[in-house]
Design a binder for this molecule. Structure first.
Ligand SMILES: [Ca+2]
Length: 102
């Protein structure tokens, strides 16, 4: 049944393709969705309170460290915009998945 094998192979390749997409760098749509979730008062900026709530939502994370990171990323306006939020996500990932195909 060569056709069956071929179909199976195609399915496996397609599944792998989808998996890679899902694990790739956070895309714009995903980041915006995430941002909207963190931005609980929907003013399109994340303030320290919202950021702490987001980072400690699993009961993990130290407020002192989170505040420090927040201040570092926001610069001088004490508010996190979409670009800065994206930067915090990238920092967290650390680019370790670069050679994941190996
Ligand atoms: Ca906000």
């Amino acid at each position: 049944m060569p056709n069956f094998k071929l179909t199976l192979l195609a399915t496996v390749i397609a599944t792998m393709g989808l998996t890679s997409v899902a694990q790739a760098e956070p895309n714009e749509k995903w980041v915006k969705k995430r941002f909207a979730k963190v931005d609980t008062n929907a003013d399109e900026m994340i303030d320290l309170e919202e950021y702490i709530a987001f980072r400690t939502r699993n009961g993990k994370g130290k407020i002192k460290g989170i505040t420090k990171q927040f201040n570092k990323v926001t610069g001088d306006d004490d508010l996190l915009n979409l670009e800065e939020f994206k930067a915090t996500l990238k920092n967290k990932k650390g680019g370790k998945k670069k050679n994941k195909k190996d």
